[in-house]
Ligand binder design. Structure first.
Ligand code: GLV
Ligand code: MG
Length: 347
């Protein structure tokens, strides 16, 4: 474990100083773009107005023979677009792949000053973060990049889940962690072929009653344990937790339910892989207007956050004040970014 003074020291001479506090940004959806496809690249200027983060994907789902075109396409799209307050991320190839090194060398060299976050797949432990941390510092120094590029890990191996606390706190460059349910299912030998979401066979059934026919069954959430473990690791390291992909684009209600479970458990956002998922993520990860209205009443009733009051028959005290502050603070951030929500929340 490094001492705090070492922890915050740049890892290369001339690299920008690591951030002491993570930037406060609304990141309700991380929208994936396959940058080797010119038709989809052409839509990026429009996309920038609709999403919180645009991510150029270089890893899985990009065919092997298109890896270089994706990297070049990402650089072209980063150069050609004014992202304003919308985040620009890339998902690089895994560190054990033949493309990872050139992904970083080419992209930081060409557009390092525009790149906010690198998403690192298949992270197994803090050693993966340490490698990328050092490499980014060297490349930032070489190319005179002014602000540190942050790292976002995907939690998608059993070993990664085992080491999630150490991953979340591995570097001041850590932005957050996303659940990768597809790779994680394979890594753990879970018996689901779905990308995220529930499974009808993962359930509990009601006790048998004499003479009773059908027994009630209740589907459970396959991802609850991992998301909760990830949220605790992230919150204690002051980084953000995200749900990842939901693969069934035809099932909007199931996508919304999975996103909402993640939101309620503490996640800040999710990936959108299809345009239809942008609106779902926006709705789910912006706090519910009625919850915001109630939370505002609690904060107003307890200006110093201490003591106890009754509101609508419900007891409020120092702890519920903190819960309400989480909701109101997030609503204020969303309102500052999104005029529609500013109106809805009345800020
Ligand atoms: C995402 O990368 C996943 O494997 O689910
Ligand atoms: Mg994956």
């Amino acid at each position: 474990m490094k001492l705090p003074s070492q922890f915050y020291r740049p890892l290369a001479i001339g690299a920008p100083a690591p951030l002491r506090e993570p930037p406060v940004k609304v990141e309700r959806m991380i929208h994936f773009v396959p940058p080797h496809l010119e038709k989809l690249r052409a839509k990026v200027p429009e996309l920038v107005k609709q999403v919180d983060v645009v991510l150029g994907n270089l890893e899985d789902a990009i065919p092997t023979d298109a890896k270089q075109a994706a990297r070049a396409g990402f650089i072209e799209m980063a150069r050609a677009t004014d992202f304003g307050s919308t985040g620009l991320w890339t998902r690089m190839n895994a560190l054990n792949s033949p493309w990872a090194l050139d992904d970083m060398i080419d992209i930081v060299g060409a557009v390092g000053d525009k790149l906010d976050v690198v998403m690192l797949p298949k992270v197994e432990g803090p050693w993966d973060i340490a490698y990328l941390d050092q490499l980014l510092a060297q490349l930032e120094a070489r190319h005179g990049v002014k602000k540190p590029i942050l790292i976002h890990a995907i939690l998608e191996t059993a070993e990664g889940v085992k080491n999630v606390d150490a991953i979340a706190s591995a570097s001041p460059r850590m932005h957050g962690i996303s659940l990768g349910p597809a790779d994680l299912a394979a890594s753990r030998a879970m018996k689901t072929t779905r990308v995220g979401g529930g499974h009808p066979d993962y359930k509990v059934i009601a006790d048998a009653e004499p003479g009773q026919g059908l027994r009630a069954a209740y589907q459970q959430d396959l991802w609850h344990y991992t998301i909760a473990k990830m949220v605790d690791a992230c919150a204690s390291a002051s980084v953000k937790a995200f749900y990842g992909p939901f693969g069934d684009f035809s099932d909007a209600p199931a996508c919304e339910a999975q996103f909402r479970n993640a939101f309620l458990l503490g996640c800040a956002g999710a990936w959108s892989l299809h345009p239809s998922q942008i609106a779902i993520a926006k709705k789910v990860f912006s706090p519910d207007p009625q919850e915001v209205a109630f939370a505002k009443r609690v904060l107003e009733a307890m200006p110093d956050g201490a003591g106890a009051v009754m509101i609508d028959g419900r007891m409020q005290d120092d702890a519920t004040w903190k819960q309400c502050k989480v909701v109101v603070d997030l609503a204020k951030q969303v309102a500052a970014k999104d005029a529609d929500f500013a109106r809805i929340y009345g800020f």
